[in-house]
Design a protein around this ligand. Structure first.
Ligand SMILES: Nc1ncnc2c1ncn2[C@@H]1O[C@H](COP(=O)(O)OP(=O)(O)O)[C@@H](O)[C@H]1O
Ligand SMILES: [Mg+2]
Length: 277
């Protein structure tokens, strides 16, 4: 055991948001958000449209700076002033449009901007090996030919390539915005497998999804945003579909008729959360 890092530090969250707020002029998109992202776990971020999910991940990914609050990365205060600063720290964000080049093949896409050179020329063999190994590590077996153009792949495979690219860049945290929204059943299964595989290798995943079936399949932790506030978060075992939906749609605990702070939301309580069965 070396002395440079105390073993107790292993329990420290990879990323920690403390009182993070983000305003766009008069619009408060996020208010006082606290969130811990543990190492090697899958955190699902859920909430209704406009709840602030995309703003939250863009704030983590260095696209927005918080108006208030702090971001701690591996225990130290971080100021990601640009997406490249966040990437350099080990945060990889896979957006819905994926930013892949359809006309380039899998190897070219994965190594784009990070090409291996040998005697001043592209080292195609080394690049192919890196790409192949990364996909194998991620247990992606459905891609037959890594020299096929990305445009010819299924949605799930494209998602796999985008994540593989992030992993190759030594990401410690992979953020995915609705990765299964446009996918069929088997492609969704592929992406969920990839998410589980990342976590099993010690990489943290923050995934936005409105599909609670997916969420309950992969998440270790749930975090619920409601009108820009983090109204509930904790181990997924503390929720079921009905309670998650209740938190998402009312911002209140199942069975409660008041949360004591937002009188306006009391009018939206509707049927309670105690409707198991
Ligand atoms: N660039 C922006 N400028 C102004 N308002 C924004 C901007 N981005 C998001 N918002 C507002 O912030 C709130 C949260 O939006 P968003 O984070 O996209 O929610 P979600 O992803 O949960 O649907 C919404 O009211 C939205 O209109
Ligand atoms: Mg969004």
């Amino acid at each position: 055991m070396t002395a440079d890092n105390a073993p107790v530090q292993a329990q420290q969250p990879l990323l920690r948001l403390r009182g993070v707020s983000k305003a766009f002029g008069p619009v408060r998109a996020l208010t006082g958000v606290d969130l811990d992202i543990p190492v090697g776990q899958v955190t699902a971020l859920v909430g209704d449209n406009g709840a602030g999910k995309s703003t939250l991940i863009k704030t983590i990914a260095g696209i927005w700076e918080p108006t208030e609050g702090e971001i701690l990365w591996q225990g130290k205060q971080a100021h990601f002033r640009s997406p490249s600063a966040a990437t350099a720290a080990g945060i990889a964000t896979v957006y819905q449009d994926l930013a892949l080049a359809d006309n380039l093949d899998i190897v070219q896409n994965m190594l784009l901007g990070h090409e291996t050179l040998r005697l001043g020329l592209l080292d195609e063999i080394a690049m192919e090996k890196t790409a192949k190994q990364t996909l194998a590590d991620m247990r992606v077996t459905t891609v037959r030919n890594i020299r096929q153009p990305v445009g010819s792949l299924s949605g799930g495979q494209r998602q796999a390539i985008a994540v593989a690219k992030a992993v190759m860049l030594n990401a410690k945290l992979v953020i995915m915005d609705e990765p299964t929204a446009a996918l069929g059943v088997s492609q969704t299964a592929l992406v969920l497998d990839i998410i589980k595989n990342l976590a099993s290798r010690g990489i943290s995943v923050l995934v936005i999804s409105h599909n609670l079936t997916d969420v309950f399949q992969v998440a270790d932790q749930l975090a619920v945003l409601y009108l820009g506030r983090m109204v509930s978060s904790g181990p997924i075992s503390g929720y079921d579909t009905s309670s998650a939906v209740h938190w998402m749609t009312t911002g209140m605990a199942p069975g409660s008729t008041t949360n004591g702070s937002t009188a306006a939301s009391q009018a939206r309580t509707g049927p309670g959360g105690l409707t198991d069965g």
